[in-house]
Design a binder for this molecule. Structure first.
Ligand SMILES: Cc1ncc(COP(=O)(O)O)c(C=O)c1O
Length: 472
C-alpha cells in the first residue's frame, strides 16, 4: 500500500476534515445573509480562479471555502432565481453518507437500505399526492428524464402506431419536446395546445385538435398537463384534461416537476385537482421538497406500468421472469448505478414527518402572493398574473418608457442586478416580451427582502429611463 493511498483513505484524516467541513458549512448557514446572494464572475474569471487553485495544490478546506464563496447562495433570503430549493441541511448530510458508502442502486443486493427506503418514499408520496393504492414508481435523475421515461412508457403501452404524437401546452417545459425528438417522432410528433391569457391550456381546443390529428392519419398517444409551467408557474386544468384523455383513450401524463408538491398543502391542493387521474406524474423533490438536486419521483397510477418502459434482459443483473421485481430498481429506471436518492427524502420524512413539506409549500406560496401584492402597489411595475404559487413574473413599465424600449430596459435591469451580486432574479419571455422572473424558494425570505429587491429594480429602471432621455 502506498503512503499516498493510505493518506487518501485515512479515517483519521476524514474525521478531521469532516468536522472542519461541518463547522465551515454551519458557519456559512449562519452568516449567509451577509454575503452577496450571487457573487458575480464571468466564465473566464471562474476558470482562471480554479485553475490557480489546482496549480498551487491546496487543502480540501481551502477548495471548499472557494467553492462556497464563488457560488450562488440559495440559502440567502434574496435568492429568488431558478426553481432549485435551498436544501434542508439534514438532506445534505444524507448525501455524505450516500457518497461514502457508494453502494449503487441497480440491484437490491448492492443497495439494500437505499432500495427499501426508495419503496417507502414512493409509497408515502404516492399517498400524499392522492394517487390510487395501486400506484407505484421510482426515483430517478431529474424531471427531464422522468418525463421522457413516462412518455416512453406511454408509447410502449400503446404499441406500434402510425405517425405517433402527443399534445401539450405551448408553454410546457422544453424537455417534453426533447422527449418527442428522442422518441423519433419528429416535428409532427408534438401538437402544441393553445392557452389563455394566464397561459393555461384551453380545454375547449383539445378535442378538435385530437380529432384533426386523427383525420390527418396521425395517432395521438398521450396528453401532457403542466403542474405547473416553468416560466410563469401556471397550473393547467388537470381534471378537465384528464377527462379528455380518458374519453379518447390517451395516456395522461402530468409534469408536476415543480408544482405537484402543492398536493401536500390543504391550502393549495385545489391547483392540482384531478392529479389522481394521471397515468404518470413527475415530481422533483429538489424544486419544492427541500432536498438537493437532483431527486425526482416518477409515479404511475397503475404500478405495473412502472415496469413497462425498460423491460429487457440483462442476465448479469436482473433475473428473468419476475415481472414485478420491485427490489431490483434498474429494471424500471433509466439508470443502472444510481445514488441513494431515497436517503435524502427519507431522513426528512422520518425526522419531521410530511408536515414539514406542507409548511414549506405554504411558506413559499404565500411569499409569491406577497410579492404580487407589492408589485401591484408600484405604478412603474406590471405584474404578469396573480401567481398560482411561488413563481412571479413582472416588468418595469415607466410611463415615459415607450413600449418598444421595455424589453431592452428590463434585460438591462436584470443584467445590472446580476452584476451587482446583491440579489438573484432571472428573466423570461412571455408572448415575446421580456419579464423579470422570481421563484421564491427560500422560506426565510421576508417581505422586507422582497421590498428591497423591488426597490433595486425600480431604481435601476428609473436610471435607465432617465439615461434614455438624456441620450435622446
Ligand atoms: C415543469 C418542469 N418540468 C421539467 C423540468 C426539468 O426538470 P429537471 O431540471 O429536474 O430535469 C423543469 C425544470 O425547470 C420544469 O420546470
Amino acid at each position: 500500500m502506498t503512503e499516498l493511498l493510505t493518506r487518501a483513505y485515512s479515517p483519521g484524516g476524514f474525521r478531521k476534515q469532516g468536522h472542519a467541513l461541518i463547522d465551515q458549512l454551519a458557519d456559512y448557514l449562519e452568516d449567509v445573509n451577509r454575503l452577496p446572494a450571487n457573487p458575480y464572475a464571468t466564465p473566464e474569471e471562474s476558470l482562471e480562479r480554479f485553475r490557480q487553485i489546482l496549480d498551487r495544490r491546496t487543502t480540501p478546506h481551502d477548495v471548499f471555502a472557494e467553492v462556497i464563496a464563488e457560488s450562488v447562495h440559495l440559502h440567502h433570503p434574496e435568492y429568488m432565481g431558478h426553481q432549485v430549493v435551498p436544501p434542508a441541511p439534514v438532506a445534505a448530510l444524507s448525501d455524505l453518507v450516500s457518497s461514502l458508502l457508494n453502494t449503487g442502486m441497480a440491484v437490491f443486493e448492492m443497495g439494500r437500505p437505499g432500495t427499501a427506503m426508495e419503496k417507502l418514499v414512493i409509497e408515502r408520496f404516492a399517498s400524499l399526492l392522492g394517487l390510487a393504492p395501486t400506484a407505484d414508481g421510482f426515483l430517478t435523475s431529474g424531471g427531464s428524464l422522468a418525463n421522457l421515461t413516462a412518455l416512453l412508457c406511454a408509447r410502449a403501452k400503446h404499441g406500434p402506431a402510425d405517425r405517433p404524437c402527443l399534445l401539450v401546452s405551448e408553454h410546457a417545459h422544453y424537455c417534453i419536446e426533447r422527449a418527442v425528438r428522442v422518441m423519433g417522432w419528429g416535428e409532427e410528433g408534438i401538437i402544441h395546445l393553445p392557452t389563455d391569457a394566464e397561459l393555461r391550456v384551453r380545454v375547449d381546443q383539445v378535442r378538435p385538435l385530437i380529432e384533426q390529428a386523427r383525420q390527418e392519419g396521425r395517432t395521438p398517444i398521450a396528453l401532457v398537463g403542466s403542474a405547473c409551467t416553468t416560466a410563469t408557474g401556471t397550473f393547467d386544468p388537470l381534471e378537465e384534461l384528464g377527462q379528455v384523455a380518458t374519453n379518447y383513450g390517451l395516456w395522461f401524463h402530468v409534469d408536476g416537476a415543480h408544482g405537484a408538491a402543492v398536493r401536500l398543502s390543504p391550502q393549495h391542493r385545489h391547483l392540482v385537482r384531478g392529479l389522481e387521474r394521471a397515468d404518470s406524474v413527475t415530481l422533483d423533490f429538489h424544486k419544492m421538497l427541500m432536498v438537493p438536486a437532483i431527486t425526482t419521483g416518477l409515479f404511475f397510477r397503475d404500478g405495473k406500468d412502472a415496469y413497462r418502459t425498460f423491460h429487457q434482459r440483462a442476465e448479469y443483473l436482473l433475473t428473468e421472469g419476475i415481472d414485478e421485481d420491485w427490489s431490483n430498481i434498474a429494471k424500471r429506471s433509466f439508470e443502472c448505478t444510481k445514488r441513494m436518492l431515497s436517503l435524502r427524502v427519507f431522513t426528512l420524512l422520518s425526522a419531521y414527518g410530511p408536515q414539514v413539506f406542507q409548511d414549506y409549500v405554504d411558506g413559499v406560496a404565500n411569499l409569491g402572493s406577497e410579492l404580487a401584492r407589492l408589485i401591484r402597489q408600484q405604478p412603474d411595475l406590471e405584474l404578469f398574473m396573480q401567481p398560482d404559487i411561488n413563481i412571479v413574473c413582472f416588468r418595469f413599465v415607466h410611463v415615459s418608457l415607450p413600449a418598444i424600449s421595455r424589453d431592452g430596459v428590463n434585460e438591462m435591469i436584470r443584467d445590472r442586478l446580476t452584476r451587482s451580486g446583491q440579489t438573484y432574479i432571472v428573466q423570461t419571455r412571455i408572448n415575446g416580451q421580456v419579464y423579470l422572473r422570481c421563484t421564491l424558494t427560500n422560506p426565510f425570505t421576508t417581505v422586507g427582502n422582497l421590498e428591497k429587491m423591488l426597490l433595486k429594480v425600480a431604481s435601476i429602471g428609473h436610471d435607465l429611463t432617465a439615461l434614455r432621455y438624456r441620450i435622446g
